[in-house]
Design a protein around this ligand. Structure first.
Ligand code: FAS
Ligand code: PHB
Length: 394
């Protein structure tokens, strides 16, 4: 026997997309329930993104979760791109007339959102199993799931599919009602987290003949590094020493000596793909964040695209319930996809420029070198990269 519940917006997924949407709706007085497959500890333990666009920071402020971000987030006014032993600093502040990014881990964003939701005592079901989304083409869609051996049925006005790339929402849309666009890259990222000072204060994105690397951080005492690896890499074959030796060999010689080694506190491999589903709506269900699109993390766009989706979707719901207008809801998919595709383009372009593609020819490798040379000698090229990196307007 299902326990019957009712809400205005049922949110599937308690990652950054779902929790941010829940906060913005609650602040506007719109009822919402979050249904999450994993445990809260599992969700809060995931190590993912690290760079926030100002638009994302503004939205987190609006959601009432900006305090710790302002205390602990690191404002970055530039970053380096290295090509073999050359490196170029991109002065974001100068190139974008005053814009910057903030380094603050997604883990912390999700923790802040989760605590804010708990403080408002908003209904959330973690460790929900057998989640189904039903009656999507009616004006009373339904979410069914099991929680602590009790079956639930939630009747909602709308369903927000914030359940990531492997979620149930997109998978519940009939094949004839959705188009999918995908590019899978022939490599992955091997990431390490260590309580060591970063090799330098700003990020370094590097292209080395042996592969891509990224030097990032979470704080002045906690570093986050990535190495390009094969898609079927066996992480058991990557001791900390092998990781540090490989990274140090790829760094420009002028920087390599500054690398501080230490024990890894997390080590994982992420596959890289570009993916977009169109449209981001099916009946009364809307897709947002990774449920609707994936970018290779090269451009630091994944989490930031989730934020702009939630900006559009939360405003559409608020307009519907507060102003009794339907137009923004009807325009959500088209509006979100315009920004999504531009971020997909940027992430694809930067991934192509910085990674070693095993199957690509020597001609392609010269083109990569030419991309870097053009960047070094053209302020317009640098401005284009910088405006995409800090985030295109919403
Ligand atoms: P998420 O995947 O974060 O959250 C979806 C939630 O839905 C999860 O908690 C999941 O458990 C839940 N869920 C799934 N199926 C469900 C179901 N059937 N029922 C209920 N709940 C369900 N982006 C960057 O910008 N930089 C990076 O370095 C970076 N690294 C990444 C590394 C990895 C391994 C991955 C997977 C992604 C990475 N990303 C990165 C992208 C990442 O940050 C996403 O853009 C971000 O997590 C998007 O947030 P959500 O849309 O909330 O999706
Ligand atoms: C990170 O710090 O995890 C990070 C930073 C920038 C990226 C990707 C990941 O482009």
């Amino acid at each position: 026997m299902h326990k019957q519940l009712q809400t205005q917006v049922a949110i599937i997924g308690a990652g950054p997309s779902g929790l941010l949407l829940g906060q913005l709706l609650a602040k506007a007085g719109i009822d919402n329930i979050v249904i999450e497959r994993q445990s809260k500890d599992y969700v809060l333990s995931r190590i993912r993104a690290g760079v926030l666009e100002q638009g994302t920071v503004n939205l987190l402020n609006q959601a009432g979760v900006g305090d710790r971000l302002h205390r602990e987030g690191l404002v970055h006014h530039g970053f380096d791109i290295a090509f073999h032993h050359q490196h170029l600093r991109l002065d974001l502040e100068k190139l974008t007339s005053g814009k910057h990014v903030t380094v603050y881990g997604q883990t912390e964003v999700t923790k802040d959102l989760s605590e804010a939701r708990q403080a408002l005592d908003l209904p959330s079901f973690y460790e929900a199993s057998e989640v189904k989304v039903l009656d999507l083409l009616t004006d009373a869609p339904n979410v069914q799931f099991i929680h602590e051996q009790q079956a639930y049925s939630i009747k909602a006005d709308f369903i927000a599919g914030c359940d990531g790339y492997h979620g149930v929402c997109r998978a519940s849309i009939p094949k004839e009602s959705i188009q999918e666009f995908e590019r899978v890259y022939p490599f992955g990222w091997l990431g390490i987290l260590s309580d060591t000072p970063p090799v330098q204060e700003e990020l370094i994105y590097g292209n080395h003949p042996d592969g891509f690397y990224l030097c990032s951080m979470r704080s002045p005492t906690r570093s986050r590094y990535y190495l390009q690896c094969t898609v079927d890499e066996d992480i058991a074959k990557w001791s900390d020493n092998r990781f540090w030796d490989t990274l140090q060999a790829r760094l420009p010689s002028s920087i390599a000596g500054n690398l501080v080694r230490g024990p890894s506190i997390e080590k994982s491999i992420a596959p890289l793909r570009s993916f977009v589903a169109e449209p981001l709506r099916y009946g009364q269900m809307f897709l947002a964040g990774d449920a609707g699109h994936i970018v290779p993390p090269t451009g630091a766009k994944g989490l930031n695209l989730a934020a702009s989706d939630i900006y559009y979707l939360s405003n559409a719901f608020i307009e519907y319930y507060v102003d009794h207008q339907q137009s923004s809801i009807d325009q959500y998919s088209e509006k979100a996809l315009q920004r999504i595709w531009k971020a997909e383009r940027f992430s694809w372009w930067l991934t192509n420029m910085l990674h070693h593609f095993p199957e690509k020819s020597r001609f392609d490798q010269r083109i990569q070198q030419a991309e870097f040379d053009y960047l070094c000698h053209s302020e317009l090229a640098q401005k284009s990269l910088a405006e995409n990196y800090v985030g295109l307007p919403y």
